[in-house]
Design a binder for this molecule. Structure first.
Ligand code: FES
Length: 139
């Protein structure tokens, strides 16, 4: 192998190594930044109705953010963004009180998402929800 062939061979090897390193760095970055797709993260999410008994809340991923569906004690379903409208913390469901509590600054919302107290300036964002044949569809 002469010097020219060796340089060409080393150039090809270096190019392959750099391409692999670039893909290793870029793939996770692009995956993280790209909108989520598929069940659980798309514009419509399906949940078995049995997963949300009366008085319970089920949290899930909706369009890249945390959302929640609640079955109130009267049987009505409500789907809401679980992102607090104050500074964006994820609210927690207080089953015994039937309200949401924000762990960051004590914001409180009722089961319909309306502000009960604390600093949140507006209600939790409402999301369309329907239940057909034992399947809850949100979105
Ligand atoms: S972020 Fe929820 S009350 Fe401040």
């Amino acid at each position: 192998m002469d010097a020219r062939s060796r340089r060409r061979f080393l150039g090809i090897c270096l190019g392959g190594v750099l391409a692999g390193a670039g893909a290793t760095v870029l793939y996770p970055l692009v995956s993280y930044l790209a909108p989520r797709r598929g069940s659980g993260g798309g514009s419509k999410v399906t949940i078995p109705a049995a997963d949300v008994p009366e008085g319970a809340a089920k949290f899930f991923e909706y369009n890249g953010k945390t959302a929640v569906v609640i079955r109130q004690k009267n049987g009505a379903l409500v789907a809401l963004s679980a992102v607090c409208t104050h500074l964006g913390c994820v609210v927690q469901w207080q089953k015994e009180k039937e309200e949401f509590l924000c762990p960051c600054h004590g914001g409180r919302f009722n089961a319909a998402g309306l502000v009960l107290g604390g600093p949140p300036p507006k209600p939790l964002e409402s999301i369309p929800v329907a239940a057909v044949n034992g399947i809850i569809t949100v979105g």
